[in-house]
Design a protein around this ligand. Structure first.
Ligand code: FAD
Length: 333
């Protein structure tokens, strides 16, 4: 079990910056995110898009902002659980919290900060018979560790950037890679589409266009994928199917933690972004209050006020004296 001062649920920009604000006040943080990487919406949805409203940066690419935040919080050595969704937050008699993920990771923390953005990104699932039956038994919607596919037969489905990029990547790792796409042109980057066509010409991958996966079969684990094309239906032997049709956000388990929710967001007190449960805070896109703007810079402000309030919860007997970093410097752990 991991023990920490603050457990931050959500490692988007706001959750990451909260580590800095908490660190300045000598509080250690553990972050949990359902995605396999940090960065929230910025890394998942628009990594290459320039952002123009971060103070001090006339223009910064989303992923560069995340990389800079990671550098900024490095002195405070945050720890991470990635690729796991927080399912339960339960308050203990002494006022601390036990946080449990869908993979049964348990974190014990004095304070919980929910920086869950729009909620968990859940995969859009195609309509394939027995899809859910084979989840975790060959069917996966995200790739956490590409090495799992070494020397295996993998079928990918989709026509966007993720499907193209992973097809290219896995072509060098898997024994056999097949990309199935319902259209005959790709939505993803033209460069990546070109690379996929080349790999198909070189017979390093199989490319099946204008086709849909309709059925799966296997004894306990995926063994066959049935593909319906415009003229015929074929059956491919495969141990893995990775449908990549994008992700959509859902509030998910957060709605069940006894917090006051208004239209899929957590109601907070704007004095310190505390929720109706003492010791639980909500910052960034996940919270709501009169005048709320879902902007990164607003989340950063909320993180600073949250940290000062959380200090009193973590160290009830200590007095907090506010100091500028220009005066005090940044002293890591
Ligand atoms: C296309 C686009 C362009 C944008 N452009 C701008 C811009 O120019 N300027 C600007 O200020 N803002 C912009 N935004 C908005 C900005 O991205 C958000 O305000 C920002 O991402 C909020 O950060 P966050 O850390 O609160 O949440 P997020 O970035 O959403 O991160 C939340 C994280 O919490 C995780 N999570 C949720 N629930 C759980 C759970 N139960 N267990 C584990 N993990 C969980 C999610 O997986 C996610 O990674 C844009 C948004 C989009 C979509």
């Amino acid at each position: 079990m991991t023990t920490t001062d603050i457990c931050i649920i959500g490692a988007g920009p706001v959750g990451l910056f909260a580590v800095f604000e908490a660190g300045l006040l000598k509080m250690r943080c553990h972050l949990i995110d359902a995605l396999p990487q940090v960065g929230g919406q910025l890394s998942e949805i628009y990594p290459q898009k320039p952002i123009y409203d971060i103070p001090g940066y006339p223009e910064v690419k989303a992923q560069v902002l995340i990389d800079n935040l990671l550098e900024q919080i490095a002195p405070f050595h945050p720890t991470y659980t990635l690729g796991e969704r927080v399912e339960q937050v339960s308050k203990q008699e002494d006022g601390s919290f036990v946080i449990t993920t869908n993979e049964h990771t348990v974190v014990h923390a004095k304070v919980v900060v929910i920086a869950g953005g729009l909620g968990c990104f859940e995969p859009r699932k195609p309509a394939i018979e027995q899809l859910e039956e084979f989840e975790g038994k060959g069917v996966a919607y995200m790739i956490k560790d590409p090495e799992r596919f070494r020397d295996r037969r993998v079928v990918l489905a989709g026509g966007g950037d993720s499907a193209l990029d992973w097809t290219i990547f896995l072509a060098n790792i898997a024994k056999e890679v097949t990309l199935v796409h319902r259209g005959d042109t790709f939505r993803g980057a033209p460069d990546s589409a070109e690379k996929v066509y080349q790999l198909a010409q070189q017979q390093k991958i199989k490319l099946i266009l204008k086709s849909n996966i309709t059925r799966l079969a296997g004894m306990g684990h995926l063994q066959e994928v049935v593909i319906a094309g415009p003229e015929e239906t074929t059956t491919l032997a495969a141990e893995h199917l990775i449908p990549l049709f994008g992700l959509s956000p859902k509030l998910g388990p957060i709605a069940d933690w006894g917090l006051q929710i208004d239209k899929s967001a957590i109601t907070v007190n704007t004095q310190d972004y505390s929720t109706n449960v003492e010791g639980i805070y909500a910052i960034g896109d996940i919270n709501t209050y009169p005048g709320k703007l879902k902007l990164i810079l607003c989340g950063f402000h909320e993180a600073a006020l949250m940290a000062h309030s959380a200090f009193k919860y973590v160290y009830p007997d200590q007095r907090l004296s506010f100091k500028y970093t220009t005066v005090n410097g940044v002293h890591g752990f």
